[in-house]
Design a protein around this ligand. Sequence first.
Ligand code: ATP
Length: 231
Amino acid sequence: MTDIAIRTNNLCKYYGAVHAVDNVSVEIPTGAIVGLVGKNGAGKTTLIRMLTGLTFPTSGTFELLPGVERDDSTVAAIVERPSMFTGMTAKENMTHQCLLIGAEATPEYINHTLELVGLDHTNNQKVKNFSLGMRQRLAIAMTLVAKPKLLLLDEPTNGLDPQGIHDMRELFLSVNRELGVTLVVSSHILSELAKFATDFIIMDKGKVIKTFSADELSNVNKKRIRLSVND
Ligand code: ATP
């Protein structure tokens, strides 16, 4: 097992004069939950799109799970709107996804995965009647059937209410700890990612401007009192 889940070397994506991703060189350790933070247009989606093969780099290279024997299912991602059949139940969507990718589709396995994402009680409810949070959790369950080692999620908590964000946070931690999946989760909001991420990459205008660990972040945030005395 390698220690590195993702390594990028001077990765660039230019759209004409727009440097969407500009010379990004980062290493993401195996087992981490990495928060990819940046405001609109910082380059988060473009970076994830390159890593998932949805777009090609202008220059530079990257490696995913170097040294690990891979097949198509080792890396999974949700970029933009997850696709699912809204006229079907969660279970039916899961069964369909298993058949699509040739994964195990036993009722026990599907129930267990739906339990992990908190959707085991939805029975005959169709996805069109799900909340946004429930759909997002089903989307993650559908990526898990491939048993990925690396999961990339582009702004998965966008538009969710506080309960939905809380549920997603718990789910990220379960997927990471129970299934041993390395996660990359993008968001605009550092404070939200700070509740579960182990490492952070801050992007601005296509560049990585800072990387730090959760420990480093909490050290910086420690409350201090500075006293100036004349003796
Ligand atoms: P957001 O949080 O709004 O999704 P982001 O950090 O994901 O932002 P990107 O979507 O990666 O940022 O966009 C980075 C820059 O690249 C932006 O200036 C964007 O307009 C530009 N860009 C992205 N995709 C394309 C494209 N297909 N053609 C032209 N420009 C693009």
